[in-house]
Design a protein. Structure first.
Length: 477
């Protein structure tokens, strides 16, 4: 019979485990702990079979009973500590087998009648939760951890080093948002916060080419965090590059949502006020920058006259003075904010602002008049060449090339040439979520779980014509 690779690797350590006395060591580790840690599958299999044979003593001769009795005694001593905990980590042999990846050993242990797979090491953590290092998903409250991966050339992944990430890596949040253990009402809560230091939920995260922002739960000011390439003021408060997330100061109220263009950032407070900061070359901040209020030196303003910069968050007034804004979106050239029944845009006019302008740039916020009346706006997604709006009815409208057109998504979910019965009371579900990128693409997620993608560049969106490049890139079927 061929021995498994795992047993061969056990080798000398397996023989040592067989000679180990039944007593536990100073760390309360018994032979079962060593056998499980070293992957001595043969030892565990022999113990299991010996324990089974010891139950059949009455069916054997006297001499065989004696030999089986000795073997059964050894197996009984071994099994006596099969659910024992060590002093170092409180783990049982099954915990150790799973932690060290000894799958065959774990299977042998689970086949023993004496094993108890429900033993807990810490609150809400059982044997199967030890496959990964650190706190498992089952021990952490939802929406409290952030992972990023990809190229980190512009320092926007939020990690302390400049290295790229091929796999998702957890982002460390500032100490101010890592929970207060003293505020816990019980020992369980304090242990829970120790396992998942970030006790505050993450409301949203957004990323552009040069920076990333994260909005924490609005429990106080400073809940807007930014990191990335700092030149141009897109991070707020200074032009220093930040490798890790740091709070933006100067906002009078907590932030409920935010958006980032390539060179600027937009923040909506819980009071419905709009604040912007960063580059204002195209008027995408919604106001004209006054050097004395920008928080920047006069030398820097003189050096970058073509691209004025606002370092400190400043409120956008004008048409938004008495409006309660609930959401926003931003592209490289313009910004879009909206209330429940109105959309406001400002920035460079490339046909995506939703109205005709007399100049290349619209500095002050202006209400869009091209959208259908009496519609409730749910979400807005902005790209360089288009502004896409999602309505409460599930309909999607795109502002591009100076026109407003409805986006009709393909509804055929079965192969062409086939038909399916559909009651008259059933209608095609609408869109529930929009998305956009900096490469001129917009996307939509339907209530059925399908994802559609289309291009918003001038070649795909032409005056008087519907968008013809819409394609389904994911189907829930």
């Amino acid at each position: 019979m061929l021995r498994s690779t795992e047993d061969k690797e056990a080798g000398r350590r397996g023989r040592k485990a067989r000679k180990t006395r039944a007593e536990s060591d100073i760390h309360n580790r018994n032979p079962a702990h060593y056998a499980a840690s070293w992957g001595c599958t043969g030892v565990l299999r022999a113990v299991r079979r010996t324990a089974q044979r010891s139950l059949e003593l009455n069916a054997k001769t006297a001499s065989k009973k004696d030999r089986a009795h000795v073997a059964g005694s050894v197996a009984s001593l071994f099994l006596a500590g099969i659910n024992g905990r060590d002093e170092e980590s409180g783990w049982t042999p099954l915990h150790r087998a799973l932690y060290y990846g000894r799958i065959r050993s774990a299977i042998e242990l689970l086949q023993l009648d004496e094993i108890d797979p429900t033993l807990k090491v810490r609150p809400m953590c059982r044997h199967h939760a030890l496959h990964g290092e650190g706190a498992s998903a089952s021990t952490c409250p939802p929406r409290t951890t952030l992972y990023t991966w990809g190229s980190n050339a512009n320092y926007l992944l939020g990690h302390a080093d400049q290295g790229d990430r091929l796999r998702p890596d957890r982002v460390s949040l500032p100490f101010a948002w890592m929970g207060d253990a003293s505020a816990s009402s019980s020992a369980h809560d304090r242990k829970q916060q120790h396992l998942c230091p970030n006790a505050q939920p993450i409301v949203m995260a957004a990323m552009s080419k040069l920076h990333m922002l994260v909005v924490m739960a609005p429990t106080g000011t400073g809940n807007l965090l930014t990191c990335g390439f700092g030149h141009g003021g897109r991070l707020g408060n200074s032009e220093s590059t930040r490798f890790t997330l740091e709070p933006v100061h100067g906002l009078p109220h907590a932030v409920q949502t935010a958006a980032c263009g390539r060179d600027h950032t937009v923040a909506i407070t819980v009071k419905g006020e709009v604040y912007t900061f960063g580059g204002n070359r195209w008027g995408q901040l919604g106001y004209a920058i006054v050097p004395e209020e920008a928080g920047r030196s006069g030398v820097a303003h003189e050096r970058d006259k073509e691209n004025p910069v606002q370092l400190e968050p400043k409120r956008v007034l004008g048409a938004l003075r008495s409006q309660r804004v609930i959401g926003c979106s931003a592209s490289t050239w313009h910004t879009a904010v909206y209330t429940r029944d109105a959309l406001y845009t400002f920035g460079r006019d490339m046909g995506q602002l939703g109205y005709e302008t007399t100049s290349e740039c619209q500095v002050q916020p202006r209400c869009v008049s091209q959208l259908p009346p009496q519609q409730t706006i749910v979400q807005v997604a902005a790209t360089e060449m288009a502004t896409t709006c999602l309505m409460a009815s599930g309909e999607v409208y795109a502002l591009a090339q100076g026109r407003c057109q409805r986006i009709t998504l393909p509804s055929h979910r079965i192969p062409q040439g086939m038909s399916a019965y559909q009651p008259s009371s059933v209608r095609e579900p609408g869109v529930v979520r929009l998305a956009s990128d900096t490469e001129g693409h917009a996307g939509a997620l339907t209530a059925w779980g399908d994802i559609f993608l289309w291009s918003t560049d001038p070649g795909a969106v032409s005056a008087g014509k519907r968008v013809r490049s819409i394609r389904r890139i994911w189907s829930s079927r």
